[in-house]
Design a protein around this ligand. Structure first.
Ligand code: ASP
Length: 340
């Protein structure tokens, strides 16, 4: 039987970094370092090809230009590979995974992001297991030859999560990610157990590279002063605003804030309401303190993570100009990011 082919895309992050003895900081190392550190990679029954960012980056540097680069690499190498592993810093991994889930729609092959909390050359590194298992998942097939995973996912510390459902929850723990509103796609123990009832099935692969980052994110807090944020509600500069609200989508009753929102929407702006809770969903109109949002056409973001909401907004604005169409795209489930 032919060996499955997996393309590894190395973007940077702790996993490929080493301690620089002179500066005492972590700096990116040549990608071949990974092969030296995990010689077992060569023992996997997989044909590997690697593409490395010319200058690997800390994931804090990630942005839509890099996302387009990664999506384009996958698109260009799609036919010749069975799966893809993206080595990426953990800090913004959930954003990149979310963005890719909207840019690469209808995948019939796995795109697995992974990284590590400790550099690969540390004795107790979590990187070794994360990389090896990710490659195994990226090459895993069903008995009919189709890929087990047909979507963008994050593998970290024994769990495979849907990429656009994932959020980074710890700066230090090996278990750095969680998927609070959606169960794991697979769990790695002695065997890798795939939870088939959670998996997306392939349909019609398409690449979308247009992203519009004229999006603002505003976290509401008690004592929130609307006038401080007035300049955000300017449709000539900002096309969409995400409100991170309390509980099921609530915010303080504040005439000045309501006026800003109402005028912004009338001017053609789009406002999306997501919860700042770790889990659960926005239900506009459930409480008096969210009924205004419902009345003026703020979109309820359901159970989307902040990461998914930001990236979906960029995707929706990048591919549509009409306010109503963007609103429709935001309300729909596109790549498994939203329960509706
Ligand atoms: N600062 C690093 C990054 O996100 C942390 C990590 O890789 O885990 O690139």
């Amino acid at each position: 039987m032919q060996q499955p082919k997996v393309l590894i895309i190395y973007t940077g992050g702790t996993i490929g970094m080493v301690n620089d003895p002179t500066s005492g900081t972590l700096t990116a190392f040549n990608f071949n370092h990974l092969y030296q550190q995990i010689p077992e990679i060569k023992r996997l029954n997989v044909q590997l090809e690697t593409i490395s960012f010319e200058k690997p980056v800390d994931s804090s540097e990630m942005n839509p230009t890099y996302w387009k680069q990664i999506a384009q690499i996958i698109f260009d190498h799609y036919e010749s590979n069975n799966g893809f592993v993206i080595l990426h810093g953990s800090d913004t991994m959930a954003y990149t995974a979310s963005a890719l889930s909207f840019m690469l729609q209808g995948l019939s092959k796995p795109v697995i992001l992974t990284g590590s909390q400790l550099p690969i050359d540390e004795i107790r590194t979590d990187g070794r297991e994360n990389v090896l298992t990710s490659i195994e998942i990226a090459s895993a097939k069903n008995s009919d030859g189709s890929s087990k995973i047909q979507e963008v996912a994050i593998y970290f510390e024994n769990n495979l999560f849907r990429g656009n459902r994932t959020t980074k929850i710890s700066a230090n723990a090996f278990e750095a990610f969680s998927s609070p509103n959606f169960p794991p796609l697979a769990t790695a123990g002695i065997h890798i157990k795939y939870h088939s009832n959670t998996l997306i099935k392939a349909n019609n692969f398409q690449l979308f590279t247009e992203l519009d980052n004229r999006v603002a994110l505003l976290k509401i807090f008690p004592g929130f002063n609307a006038s401080v944020y007035q300049s955000l509600f300017d449709i000539t500069k900002i096309k969409g605003i995400i409100l991170e609200t309390f509980g099921a989508g609530n915010a303080p009753t504040d005439r000045a804030f309501d006026d800003l929102i109402e005028k912004y929407i009338a001017d053609g702006g789009i406002v999306l309401n997501i919860t700042q809770c770790n889990s659960g969903s926005v239900e506009q109109g459930l409480y008096e303190t969210s009924s205004f949002f419902q009345k003026v056409g703020v979109i309820g973001g359901g159970d989307m993570t902040t990461e998914a909401a930001v990236c979906k907004f960029m995707y929706a604005l990048g591919n549509n100009t009409n306010q109503e169409t963007v609103k429709k795209v935001l309300s729909q489930n596109i790549s498994g990011e939203l329960t509706n």
